[in-house]
Design a protein around this ligand. Structure first.
Ligand code: SF4
Length: 408
């Protein structure tokens, strides 16, 4: 989401005549922030401190992103070197302010309007209408606003015309999507986008187990363009903890979605998020989570230790009663388990032919990209350019990636 917001602001700035420069040569520094965890919020503050010696009266420092919803104008008091605090999406008035400050009348050459790469991120929903007790996102990003399908299709067509091969639809919870003009929900949107001429791949994230429509799985299974990949955070494998988190589903609902997805797409790539040490997580509750991870065999598990975020329901009403040492022990246990599972799962790709959408070159100069199931893959011993779709035969697989040679 942050990347999509940064891209959206960068596009507007480029279209307005600004150019990207390294910090030391730039006039304007804009920090896009995330506050989902305390550590990410702290990074914003330390970056603002770091920028203090860079700041001169002619230079502008601006902050945007979730921290604006959380801290607002307090930021200006705390960091007097800050010139602008920009709410997410409110970029036009910020750019108008910059235009008033900097005189471009000498006539800067306009750069190409786009900066479209292989993948183009499209934000379909801003904000979140859920109220998970641990999460600060609804407070900082606000209630959901859904972008009309017509505008989304226009943006996708334009990105494809500028060279995008893949569209990634983004939202805190994409399954909530409803076209404000009445053309349908997420399944309808995916069906429309995947038919756009020239599009090679379509991905979306993040899904929510409470809202995912069975029809969406069917649309995915029937398409050659939609990636066979689901980012479906479970957060816990214990129903009592799920209720305390106010997630709105039970583990049996989650299992049913995965069963159906695998029935339709046996090799679907699955990623999830799990929090360990949530208030009230007993040994038994933790073991239920462990069991679920073993049983589901996810490709990727984003693991986090619970830490209370001020401003959330859990932080104010639920004592943080799992000791830090125990949280860390549980985290490490699941990390080790998932490493084993991921290695086992990737090894199943050995010898298979897969299609890779090339995104770039790694540090050794080898072309890399992703397969349709979301795994990163490296092409060995052959040239391939970003945006190209190439078939490889997998000859090596580690927990994190596949490697293959061009298939005959
Ligand atoms: Fe946060 Fe829950 Fe909304 Fe996800 S669905 S952004 S965890 S409130």
């Amino acid at each position: 989401m942050n990347l999509a917001d940064s891209e959206s602001l960068a596009r507007k700035l480029l279209a307005a005549g600004y150019v990207e420069e390294p910090l030391e040569r730039a006039d304007i520094a804009i920090l896009n922030s995330c506050v989902v965890r305390q550590a990410s919020e702290d990074r914003v503050y330390s970056k603002l401190h770091e920028l203090r010696p860079w700041k001169t009266p002619e230079r502008t420092i601006a902050v945007t992103g979730c921290i604006v919803g959380k801290e607002g104008d307090n930021l200006r008091t705390r960091f007097p070197q800050l010139d602008a605090v920009v709410p997410i999406g409110d970029y036009d008035s910020f750019i108008a302010g910059l235009d008033a400050r900097y005189d471009w009348s000498a006539g800067e050459a306009l750069p190409a309007a786009g900066r479209t790469g292989v993948s183009h991120f499209v934000r379909i929903i801003q904000g979140c209408d859920h109220n998970c007790t641990f999460c600060i996102v609804p407070r900082v990003r606000g209630r959901e606003k859904h972008v009309p399908m017509t505008a989304l299709l226009h943006e996708c067509r334009q990105a494809i015309a500028e060279g995008a091969r893949e569209i990634v639809l983004l939202g805190q919870n994409v399954d909530d999507y409803q076209d404000p003009e009445g053309r349908g929900g997420m399944a309808a949107l995916v069906r429309e986008v995947e038919q756009l001429p020239g599009l090679k791949r379509l991905r979306f994230m993040t899904s929510h187990p409470q809202d995912l429509e069975p029809e969406l799985l069917e649309v995915m299974a029937a398409s050659d363009v939609v990636c066979r990949e689901l980012q479906l955070p479970v957060q816990s494998g214990d129903d009592v903890i799920l209720r305390r988190m106010a997630r709105g589903y039970q583990t049996r609902h989650y299992r049913a979605i995965i069963d159906r997805a695998r029935q339709l797409m046996p090799d679907i790539g699955l990623a999830t998020d799990v929090i360990v040490g949530f208030p009230g997580e007993t040994d038994e509750a933790f073991h239920n989570t462990r069991r679920l991870i073993e049983e589901m065999e996810f490709d990727v598990v984003h693991l986090a230790m619970y830490s209370p975020r001020p401003g959330t329901y859990a932080a104010s009403k639920m004592p943080d009663n799992v000791p830090d040492g125990e949280k860390l022990r549980r985290l490490n246990e699941l990390l080790a388990l998932q490493k084993e599972i991921a290695a086992r799962k990737t090894s199943r790709w050995l010898g298979r032919d897969v299609e890779v959408l090339i995104e770039g070159r790694d540090e050794l100069g080898r072309p890399y990209g992703r397969i349709r199931q979301g795994k990163r893959a490296i092409v060995l011993g052959g040239a391939a350019e970003p945006g190209q779709l190439v078939d490889i035969r997998v000859v090596q697989a580690t927990a994190g990636q596949l490697m293959g040679i061009r298939a005959a």
